[in-house]
Design a protein around this ligand. Structure first.
Ligand code: ADP
Ligand code: MG
Length: 782
């Protein structure tokens, strides 16, 4: 029975002009014989071998293998055929340079799914047959030509194929080494079919038992054709006897990994280049999560103490959303080209609102503590009552002016005032301010006050001048424990004169100060804004207790001037009628006749509690007409909104940059995979010649890209973690804020996976191109 039968095989190449490489070739080969194919260069010898070996496709005719027609073969059948039935030996050896001798031989077994231990055993056995047992771990480049060709023969033999196809195996060898190779092939031909192409007719005549001469793609002579001839009618179409090959993903990864190891420098460079994009994204993520975490802790730590404020001062609000998005929008178009000027009233776009703190509303607020027991920490009320304050200098007593020009307090909180009330929420104050100086403490009685200095321990000259203090510097102890201010009761301060009341004159100040009434105020501590405070709460000056307010409200309420003002339509100080209701209300408040609050501060327990407080306040306004609504201000929210917007904007810009760098590095990885494909074209050919499928080839390159992607991801994430250590230390030393760069481990994981996915995408086209490469052309490349 014949192993191999060519029936009228024709093969034409169509690159430029038509070349008929094989022209109606019909040949039958015995199961085991040593066939030498001779012929001038270009006569089609290599083409014949490639067609027989399934590396190249014939155009017409049929190749019958063991009685099976190949006319219906699909790619996978050819792959399986090459892997199981064919062993190729090439003139230029075609070994994979970055693999050892043993690995080069094992590769075909790997594809046919032989277990690792069998692989090792079979490969060593094949290498022993060609006399190379002692060279297993060498690289091809460390071997002589004859040794390399013996490795190639061992590789061809290892799968125990039926046919060995050798294309000018001795073409590059000296005559002595050629003889060795011929002896080996002769030995092999005892058990299988060996078809050898050669130029050397002497070797052919000496070793082969059949010589076929080719000329211009046709058989010119055949020295020993088989006698019997099987007609094509016996041919069957059963392809199932060829077991399909498959390369495991692990093998592909292993191959790529070894290849990458041999190009260590380039692999690392590529991965580092690929990691830049990852580092960019990672740093941005780390920064924004760090900043957000910082914001959150700042909100709870520092901003939570800021009260929700309800003021009776008239406030202006922008009307609707168009006011928010910039002045002059609405129905107006910016940069009009028309010849037009609009008459525009800006006040129409704003609305004024004055909160009226009705008894109803005050009752509603008073119920809040019970309604929201876990949200409200304290509620304080501002009173419009005037405190009659006298300041003692070294030699006289003057009226203390509470309005200062300097200082930097929060707007709407009596900014620029030297005289402010301390909220009862002391924890809040101590979260923003440090007590400095020996014995410094917070006040806890009506006769105790504290002094607030700025971050440089400065006090405004205007304030000091009121006490006659004009030295350049003072000691903290010059203030702590000192008594320099006194509150005078209304009845002592105002004297009745007919229907009118008269305030004390400067000449009377000293005796008032030394008199028994009123409250002498002692400075018990000095407050200074903390370095990391989110915002200040007080301006420079003095801070008094709510106990003092309560005392003054109480004493003023029953004072003579208050009672007189209550019943009079005129201002009891000037004797003039009031300009309007508001003016009257203000006077009633300042004399103490009206004790309704001029403002309310609500202190939440923590930042989260604010929401329920605001919801409670909003509930009151529900369904009420505009005029009866009470609006509130949440200063902390404005601060944190502002910061959050800033963080988001910065993050967005950074993410944009990072995305660009990620894109660039993805493209780069694609290009590098492409270059790698070109560099490894030969290897693709070798792998295909031992039976690798197209799929296996793309797997090898995808695996390579995956390893690079993984490395890039790990390098990127690791670098980010490493950089974040000195980065955070730097930020601490510059801004005093800790752990701003904090890469979330989940983000890190996503980034590594993302990097792998991106590089896989980037390598998709190059590796598909590699898979599509024609194996014959691939083998011919250098
Ligand atoms: P040999 O091995 O006998 O020197 P080949 O089988 O390599 O000859 O080539 C036979 C003919 O086919 C030659 O004329 C060669 O130029 C041509 N040929 C071989 N391969 C290709 C190809 N891939 N594309 C175009 N022409 C080819
Ligand atoms: Mg050739």
């Amino acid at each position: 029975m014949r192993k191999l039968q060519l029936e009228h095989i024709t093969k034409t190449y169509k690159s430029g002009e038509l070349v008929t490489a094989l022209n109606d070739v019909s040949l039958t080969f015995r199961e085991n014989e040593f066939v030498a194919v001779l012929g001038p260069s270009g006569c089609g010898k290599t083409t014949l071998l490639n067609v027989v070996g399934g590396l190249d496709r014939y155009d017409s005719g049929d190749l019958i293998i063991d009685g099976t027609s190949t006319s219906q073969f699909r790619d996978s059948d050819w792959d399986a055929y090459r892997n199981h039935s064919i062993g190729f030996v090439f003139q230029n050896y075609n070994l994979i340079g970055h693999q050892t001798v043993l690995q080069n031989v094992e590769i075909a077994l790997t594809l046919s799914g032989v277990s690792a231990s069998d692989r090792d055993h079979l490969a060593k056995q094949a290498l022993a047959e060609v006399g190379l047992s002692d060279q297993l771990e060498k690289k091809p480049s460390q071997l002589s030509g004859g040794q390399m060709q013996r490795v190639a023969i061992a590789r061809a033999l290892v799968n125990n194929p039926d046919v060995i196809l050798a294309d000018e195996p001795t073409g590059a060898l000296d005559s002595h080494t050629s003889t060795q190779i011929m002896e080996i092939l002769k030995e092999i031909s005892k058990t299988r079919l060996v078809i050898m192409v050669t130029h050397n007719s002497k070797l052919a005549d000496r070793y082969a038992n059949r010589v076929i001469q080719l000329l211009d793609g046709a058989v010119e002579s055949d020295s020993n054709p088989p006698e019997e001839y099987h007609s094509a009618t016996d041919v069957q179409n059963d392809k199932s006897r060829f077991k399909k090959t498959s390369m495991s993903f692990a093998t592909a990864t292993g191959l790529s990994f070894k290849n990458l190891l041999t190009k260590r420098g380039r692999t690392i460079t590529t991965s580092i280049a690929g990691s830049f994009g990852i580092i960019g994204i990672a740093v941005v993520l780390a920064l924004s999560s760090g900043l957000s975490a910082y914001m959150a802790s700042m909100q709870t730590d520092m901003l939570s103490g800021f009260p929700i404020m309800i003021s009776t001062q008239t406030q202006r609000f922008d009307r609707g959303i168009e006011g928010f998005f910039g002045s002059g929008s609405g129905s107006y178009v910016s940069y009009p080209t028309d010849d037009i000027i609009y008459n525009y009233n800006s006040n129409e776009n704003q609305r004024e609102h004055t909160n009226v703190l009705s008894d109803d509303y005050l009752a509603y607020i008073a119920k809040m503590t019970d309604a929201l027991p876990n949200a409200v920490s304290a509620i304080t009320y501002q009173r419009g009552v005037t405190m009659n304050l006298l300041a003692k200098t070294s030699d006289s007593v003057v009226r203390f002016e509470t309005r200062g020009s300097g200082g930097s307090g929060m707007a709407g909180m009596g900014g620029g005032s030297y005289w402010q009330e301390m909220p009862e929420n002391y924890d809040f104050i101590l979260s923003l301010y440090d007590l400095i100086g020996e014995g410094s403490r917070l006040p806890n009685a009506k006769n105790e006050i504290v002094l607030v200095v700025d971050e440089y321990n400065r006090i405004n000259t205007n304030l000091l001048n009121q006490f006659g203090l004009d030295k350049k510097t003072y000691k903290l102890s010059d203030f702590i424990g000192k008594t320099m201010l006194k509150v005078i009761d209304n009845d002592d301060y105002y004297t009745k004169n007919g229907d009118l009341f008269e305030a004390a004159r400067p000449a009377e100040y000293l005796s008032l100060y030394e008199g028994s009434g009123g409250v002498e105020l002692t400075i018990v501590g000095i407050l200074r804004i903390k370095e990391d405070a989110a915002s200040s709460y007080f301006s420079q000056g003095f801070v008094y207790t709510t106990a003092l307010t309560a005392y003054v409200v109480d004493s003023a309420k029953n004072s003579e001037i208050a009672r007189a003002q209550k019943t009079s339509d005129k201002d009891v100080l000037t004797g003039m009628p009031f300009a309007d209701e508001n003016a009257k209300k203000t006077r009633l408040r300042s004399t103490g006749a009206d004790t309704t609050p001029s403002g309310i501060n609500i202190y939440p327990v923590d930042f989260a509690a604010k929401d329920s407080i605001k919801a409670y306040l909003d509930d009151y306004n529900e369904g009420k007409p505009e005029a009866s609504r009470v609006v509130y201000t949440d200063m902390a929210e404005s601060i944190s909104d502002m910061t959050a917007t800033l963080v988001n904007t910065v993050s967005l810009v950074l993410i944009g940059f990072a995305a660009i760098s990620l894109l660039v590095s993805t493209i780069m990885i694609g290009i590098i995979t492409y270059v790698s494909v070109i560099e490894r074209t030969k290897e693709i050919g070798i792998l295909r010649s031992v039976g690798a499928r197209k799929k296996d080839i793309s797997r090898v390159f995808n695996a390579e890209a995956m390893i690079i992607g993984l490395l890039a991801g790990i390098i990127g994430v690791a670098t980010t973690y490493l950089v974040s250590i000195p980065g955070n230390m730097l930020i601490v030393s510059i801004a005093g804020i800790s752990t701003i760069i904090a890469l979330n481990p989940l983000h890190a994981l996503i980034l590594v996976v993302g990097s792998v996915i991106l590089t896989l995408i980037a390598s998709f086209f190059p590796s598909r191109g590699a898979a599509k490469k024609n194996p014959v052309e691939a083998l011919r490349s250098e």
